[in-house]
Design a binder for this molecule. Structure first.
Ligand code: PHE
Length: 455
């Protein structure tokens, strides 16, 4: 197979790559999902297991994915095919690129619906709806959004349109430009929100909740959740990391970058917890309220606290910014594939993928209203997508990355791609990637398939 890399773009520096990659990783996963999963999983124990997974499994898989992308110099399916060819392996390995492109598209379709909720909540804070919310009415306010498919579809459309707009402009003028403005804004917003929450809320209780592990709360399910969350938060196994790897200049150290991205992603998740839990405790709200934590529970605190409307506005703006720097990384694999493989113009490819994601995303929109009772194995369309991507495609992608880099590629090629680190450090990464990651991920699959009951 010929390499399709002649006009493949590259990030202009290590710094812009780090910004884009951290932007891809930091998203709804950190600010919406992590706090509610930590809340449901009992706090500190979940956090500790999560941290272990991020650094022992997540970062090595990220290193593998970046290495495949950079060495393959193309969109995921072609990058993997290029490498398989070079390494004398079957071209069937390109399935790894395909599950990525498809998975990233599926995640984009529902991610943008949830990002649409955050747009709706920005609007709600501006027009003053959230200022009047009480514990009794908050559920209805959120419920009325969920029951209106027209409203959800409109915000979903707007969010996809913003993503298309950035992606259509390309890697350097689109993605890079966007993250250079949005990521500093995200950090400033986050710091303001954490500072405010720590001063105005129950800081001590929040800290204890997040950092004092109570191991009795640790069930096998919580462990699996933590691994799934680590994969989701680091965007692993879906080609989103691989595609940014393909835009990575040769001089940049992949292991160091992956460590920085993993650390930054974790810090943001923990900071999001520190922006949310002090308020949850201060107003005696339910930490374990699940996916509605930030849309249903948190606004009750915003309505009561001084300056709550401004806090709410900044909070949902932060979420939207975080979501958009992630959604661009989900759209990019398919767009670059269409562009490089089928010679579709970037603008057309972005619009086409955007329309497809919008239409497919309507399934998620309808899951909360007109299709709420349409269920497959007891799951709505949205639950099915969430399950298929989070529990199947992402761990499968991770497993294939680990097997490809750890076993299919020649040792010398992997070492060459990761030449910036010492032999000792490399040996550790290689061991984690080739042995520990596959075992852990296979265990997840066995568990998901219900073949193994941990009790
Ligand atoms: N990591 C992103 C988040 O935390 C989600 C994501 C998943 C992005 C998969 C790209 C691919 O929100």
């Amino acid at each position: 197979m010929a390499r399709v890399s002649s006009d493949h773009e590259h990030f202009s520096s290590r710094w812009t790559f780090i910004l884009a990659a951290v932007g891809g990783a930091v998203g709804l996963g950190n600010i919406w999902k992590f706090p509610y999963e930590a809340g449901q999983g009992g706090g500190g124990a979940f956090v500790l297991v999560y941290l272990g997974f991020v650094f022992l499994i997540g970062v090595p898989v990220m290193i593998g994915e970046l290495a495949i992308g950079r060495r393959g110099q193309s969109s995921p399916p072609i990058a993997v095919a290029n490498l398989a060819f070079e390494e004398g392996r079957s071209v069937f390995w390109s399935i790894l690129g395909w599950t990525g492109v498809l998975g990233a598209f599926l995640v984009l379709s529902f991610y943008s619906v949830i990002a649409g909720w955050t747009l709706d909540y920005i609007f709600k804070t501006v027009i003053g709806v959230t200022a009047q919310v009480t514990a009794e009415t908050s559920g209805d306010v959120f419920g009325s959004l969920l029951s209106s498919w027209e409203r959800m579809a409109a915000w979903h459309f707007l969010f996809i349109a913003m993503t298309v707009f950035i992606i259509a402009r390309g890697v350097t003028s689109g993605i890079e430009q966007a993250v250079t403005y949005l990521m500093p804004a995200l950090f400033v917003l986050l710091i303001i929100l954490v500072a405010y929450a720590l001063v105005a809320g129950e800081a001590r209780q929040a800290m204890l909740f997040l950092f004092q592990p109570d191991f009795s709360k640790l069930t096998p399910n919580v462990v699996i959740q933590a691994l799934g969350q680590a994969f989701f938060s680091l965007s692993l196994g879906l080609g989103a990391v691989m595609i940014y790897g393909s835009y990575l200049p040769k001089s940049v150290s992949i292991p160091r970058s992956a460590l920085i991205i993993g650390a930054a992603d974790t810090v943001v998740a923990l900071l999001a917890g520190l922006a949310i839990f002090p308020l949850v405790f201060a107003y005696n709200l339910d930490v374990g309220s699940g996916p509605g934590l930030i849309f249903e529970t948190l606004p009750i605190a915003f309505a009561q606290m001084p300056g709550g409307s401004i806090f709410g506005f900044l909070f949902f703006t932060l979420l939207t910014v975080a979501a958009i720097t992630s959604s661009i990384s989900m759209m990019e694999p398919m767009v670059s594939y269409l562009q490089e493989r089928h010679y579709v113009k970037r603008v057309k490819a972005a619009i086409g993928v955007g329309i497809a994601a919008f239409v497919f995303g309507l399934g998620t929109v309808f899951s909360f209203n007109i299709w709420a009772d349409v269920k497959l194995f007891d799951r709505t369309f949205f639950d099915t997508l969430d399950f298929v991507t989070n529990n199947l495609l992402m761990p499968l992608g991770g497993l294939l990355v680990a097997l490809f880099v750890g076993w299919a590629m020649r040792f010398a090629s992997v070492r060459e791609e990761l030449s910036s680190v010492s032999d000792g450090f490399f040996a550790r990464i290689y061991g984690l990637l080739s042995v520990v990651c596959p075992i852990a991920l296979v265990l997840v699959f066995l568990n998901v398939a219900g073949l193994l009951s941990f009790g």
